[in-house]
Write a protein that binds this ligand. Structure first.
Ligand code: FES
Length: 76
């Protein structure tokens, strides 16, 4: 089981380890401000902060997210 923090809340993930972080954030956690398009590091629509570093969430598999901290854009 992968444990991570998203916007200050502890979360767990027990699914497919290759799932992109962007898909987890939008489709599993239902965070509407997280978007994705190309899923190939081209469109930059999936920008989030991982460990306070701007990151393309489509390029990061959930298997790399153990004990990581993620921040997404606030809802407007
Ligand atoms: S979805 Fe296009 S760069 Fe991540």
């Amino acid at each position: 089981m992968i444990r991570l923090t998203v916007n200050g809340q502890a979360q767990t993930f027990d699914g497919e380890p290759s799932m992109p972080l962007a898909v987890y954030l939008r489709d599993v956690l239902n965070i509407p401000t997280v978007r994705y398009g190309c899923l190939m590091a081209s469109c930059k629509s999936c920008l989030v902060y991982v460990q306070s570093v701007r990151s393309l969430a489509c390029t990061i598999p959930m298997s790399d997210m153990q004990n990581k901290d993620v921040s997404t854009a606030p809802e407007w």
